[in-house]
Ligand binder design. Structure first.
Ligand code: TYM
Length: 335
């Protein structure tokens, strides 16, 4: 039996932060030898909220370069850009026509983002999860490694696939049901300024997140100013101390130590001692990524060739699924 397939993606909206890295990309890298991997830059999703046309292309390259810088290895993985493959938009249309509207209005992320948009909320934002379902289903993905916030979208993807197969499969599985791959540690990295809310690209405060490309002095400043509490000693999993749990988890993940090792090392520490330790560990973990990122960005030709190859490989698989879907729907198909 061949390897199982993995598909995941990140939007080219703003800077990637350590939540995106620890919740998603790090897990892609760690599991990549085990799977046949497809990682896309989801630039069609990026325009579901107001975007800047002047930076979209550069932001897309930045994310692709960061995938490579974080350790995505082309021997095991394919990197591509969502908008390069028209099958994503096309399958979205087909799936739209079988997705009940109330499934979409029930999505937590839609509700949260729609509130922020007010009256300007576009139909694309409502449709965001159907496009995501198309991304996944086109590749017959077995596993989708994401952060905790995407769990509901994965459930919707499965529901859409079940509905499609039931309505049009005639007993055959046309669209494969994917499983989410959500690692407990890092699945929900919290804001540095409020341990009860998720670290997010859209938080207006830069101090709330550490970006993968933040230089050491910025990381130092952000950790120095991050929210803590007046309790003595440090501990995991105390619901009264969300900031403490979040910062210790960051230390655990960036240091590569086990939770037990972190408890032994840090339980008697005060913030004055812990913050510099976390700062140094974070900088040490991010520096190699930043160095590699610069190398990749300096060689635009290489990056373009990676994406061109990705487009070919991913496009071939996506088109096959699209043809199967069209045939099942009753369209006359050319292959
Ligand atoms: P995006 O760009 O918003 O997020 C990218 C990934 O980062 C994870 N993430 C977090 N993980 C832990 N803590 C956080 N604070 C945090 N913030 C974000 C997200 O869960 C995600 O895994 N809808 C997807 C993009 C997408 C996609 C797909 C993913 C489009 N098509 C197909 C998988 C498969 C998203 O959230 O992007």
């Amino acid at each position: 039996m061949g390897k199982q397939r993995v598909l995941s993606g990140v939007q080219p909206t703003g800077n990637l932060h350590i939540g995106n890295y620890l919740g998603a990309i790090r897990n892609w890298v760690e599991g990549q030898k085990e799977y046949d991997n497809f990682f896309c830059v989801v630039d069609l999703h990026a325009i579901t909220v107001p975007h800047n046309p002047a930076t979209l292309a550069t932001d897309t390259y930045t994310i692709a370069a960061l995938y490579l810088a974080c350790g995505i290895d082309l021997n095991y993985s394919t990197i591509f850009v969502q908008s390069h493959i028209p099958a994503h938009s096309e399958l979205t249309w087909f799936l739209n026509c079988i997705t009940p509207l109330n499934w979409l209005t029930d999505m937590i992320q839609f509700k949260e983002k729609a509130i922020k948009q007010g009256e300007n909320v576009g139909a694309g934002l409502l449709d965001y999860p159907v496009l995501m379902a198309a991304d996944i289903l086109l590749y017959n993905a077995d596993k989708v490694p994401v952060g905790e916030d995407q769990k509901q979208h994965l459930e919707l993807t499965r529901d859409i696939a079940v509905r499609f197969n039931h309505q049009f499969g005639q007993g055959e599985t046309i669209l494969k049901l994917p499983d989410p791959l959500i690692r407990k540690e890092g699945a929900r990295v919290m804001s540095l300024t409020d341990g009860t809310s998720k670290m997010s690209k859209s938080d207006p405060s830069e101090l709330s997140r550490i970006n993968l490309l933040d230089p050491p002095d910025v990381i130092t400043k952000k950790i120095k100013r991050c929210k803590t509490d007046p309790v003595k000693g440090l501990e995991f999993d105390n619901p009264e101390r969300p900031e403490c749990n979040n910062l210790l988890t960051l230390y655990e993940l960036f240091s590569g130590k086990t939770k037990e090792e972190v408890i032994t090392e840090c339980q008697d520490m005060g913030w004055g001692k812990f913050k510099p330790l976390l700062t140094e560990t974070t900088i040490e973990a991010l520096t190699p990524i930043q160095t590699k990122y610069k190398e990749v960005m300096d060689d635009k030709g290489y990056l373009e060739s990676v994406l061109a190859e990705g487009r070919q490989k991913a496009g071939a698989i996506a088109n096959q699924t699209l043809e199967k879907v069209k045939k099942a729907l009753g369209y006359s198909v050319s292959i």
